[in-house]
Design a protein around this ligand. Structure first.
Ligand code: AMP
Ligand code: MG
Length: 499
């Protein structure tokens, strides 16, 4: 790609990431080498010291002036070879052959003490050749939202990219109004997306496609390299990971909001949080994104969309699946058929765990579906209904039934459920608490944290929220406020891309 780069940028002695740069070593077609764009007055507002430790990084170095310079994109750490990555993607069903990192820079990869490899990427770090009309920047609100949601998913045990730091830039970004700018440091097991495969497939560049496949296999599916058909084994792996991921999202009421193919990682991690949210009242048709008019990315549509996206991945891989296109299409179809059963198995087992059933019997599926239908009809809070089944299992139905517009709807279900539970091992309440979080990032709490930070540089609500979300399954005395659904006047009905 033609571009006058890179500008000179200071390289510091620290922080020491011990960068390795395997993606930067890939051929030129994969990326554009360039440093981030320095910012005026970087200020650290959050450092994830637990994540730093997991990565084997020194939090003191990261939090130092030199660390902040690096985390803001104003200087480079030793060994960093910054690049912006090429990718394409279907956005709301429409293919864009050239997206790429329009406001992100991959600084390098770290090898954690356990040997796991992670990308260290800045988001909001300035214009790139992929920026199109965009300013390459991010506002503080959406970066804090990504921090909260990614770390909440992680605490819930759901695969996700993570957030290492947020710095404010001392610059304004122009959106509907001027907003404080920020840079997020994102940590991912890679940033290879379905759209990365589409990028090379759309260009008919089969050599690069093969190279990308080998790279992704080495990083995410090393066993596939030994398979008779590595491309097929890789596709199977991605399908399985995505089926499990989407099932886990549904089981905690998560709506990603913008499941474009460029926002789907082949690692199986949740990635690119835009207008995402956790549902409160159970409603399978819930849509959060203000730009999703068709309900394409509604809560209950996520499995179908994941399958659609994976079909795009399979299409991109066709030249590598078999010599003959007909044979490749047959293989792809057969493999995509594995999505629904895999998703269904994880989702069903998860639902049964949520109601305290460890070993499935006939009729269990209908039992849990009946509960979901009653929850939908009665606008019952998704998170609390399941959580309060623990008290119901201990003999106190009041907290659960109070969540239903018509509490009798719960009573009618609970009779059959209790009879079924009597056939299970004892201590159902403990199982239910272990399967159902009490704390999720409720929209009004997220908005409260974001607006305090945006309007008053007050990060206390953000910190307090992160604190409770770190232990979502624990009873946390004194933190009741964080467990409650929004009051009518607090309710957030849409979240916005807010880029
Ligand atoms: P997203 O919807 O955040 O997944 O982004 C879709 C595409 O738009 C990606 O190629 C991003 O890099 C690009 N993009 C999003 N926001 C900006 C921005 N403010 N400046 C430049 N590019 C952007
Ligand atoms: Mg994206």
């Amino acid at each position: 790609m033609d571009t006058a780069l890179p500008a000179e940028m200071p390289v510091l002695a620290a922080p020491r990431f011990g960068f390795d740069n395997s993606y930067a070593r890939l051929p030129e077609a994969f990326h554009v080498r360039m440093p981030p764009v320095p910012v005026k007055a970087p200020k650290l507002v959050r450092l994830n010291t637990a994540l730093a430790a997991r990565l084997g990084l020194d939090p003191a170095e990261l939090g130092s002036d030199a660390g902040i310079a690096v985390l803001s994109g104003s200087a480079l750490a030793p060994g960093s070879e910054p690049i912006t990555q090429a990718y394409a993607g279907h956005q709301f069903g429409h293919f864009n052959p050239k997206l790429g990192d329009g406001r992100a820079h991959l600084l390098g990869e770290v090898l954690a003490p356990d040997g796991a490899r992670f990308d260290i990427q800045l988001k909001g770090s300035g214009r790139t050749p992929w920026s199109r009309g965009g300013d390459g920047r991010a506002a503080i609100g959406p970066m804090l939202r990504e921090y909260i949601i990614s770390e909440a998913l992680h605490a819930l045990g759901i695969p996700t990219t993570r957030s290492l730091a947020v710095v404010t830039t001392g610059e304004w970004v122009m959106r509907e109004e001027p907003l404080p700018g920020a840079v997020l440091t994102r940590v991912a097991s890679s940033h290879v997306r379905v759209g990365t495969f589409q990028y090379f497939a759309a260009r008919g560049d089969n050599a690069s496609l093969r190279h990308l496949l080998d790279y992704a296999i080495a990083r995410h599916d090393p066993a596939a390299a030994q398979a008779a058909n590595p491309a097929l084994a890789f596709l199977q792996g991605v399908i399985a990971r995505q089926a499990e991921l989407i099932a886990q999202w549904l089981l905690v009421g998560f709506v990603h909001g913008v499941m474009n193919t460029d926002n789907m990682a082949v690692s199986g991690e949740s990635i690119d949080f835009g207008p995402c949210a956790f549902m409160e009242a159970y409603d399978p048709a819930m849509v959060l994104s203000s730009i999703d008019h068709q309900g394409r990315y509604a809560y209950g549509n996520q499995p179908r969309i994941a399958h659609w996206n994976l079909t795009r991945l399979a299409e991109a891989l066709l030249p590598l699946l078999a010599e003959q296109e007909d044979a490749a299409i047959e293989l792809a179809k057969e493999t995509l058929g594995a999505f629904a059963p895999r998703f269904g198995a994880v989702y069903e087992a998860g639902l049964l765990r949520k109601i305290g059933i460890a070993a499935a019997r006939d009729g269990d599926s209908a039992l849990v579906q009946d509960l979901l239908e009653r929850m939908a009809a009665n606008a019952a809070d998704f998170t609390l209904t399941f959580r309060h089944l623990a008290e119901a299992a201990e003999g106190d139905d009041a907290p659960a039934r109070a969540l239903f517009a018509d509490p009798a709807a719960f009573d009618a279900w609970a009779t059959g459920w209790r009879a079924r539970l009597a056939q299970e091992a004892p201590d159902a309440a403990a199982r239910i608490r272990a399967a159902n979080p009490l704390f999720i990032p409720r929209n009004h709490l997220v908005e409260e944290a974001l607006s305090a930070a945006t309007q008053r540089e007050d990060y206390a609500p953000f910190e307090a929220l992160l604190n409770v979300l770190g232990q979502p399954f624990a009873d946390q005395p004194g933190q009741d406020r964080y467990t409650l659904p929004a009051q009518a006047e607090e309710r957030v009905t849409a979240t916005f891309c807010g880029t």
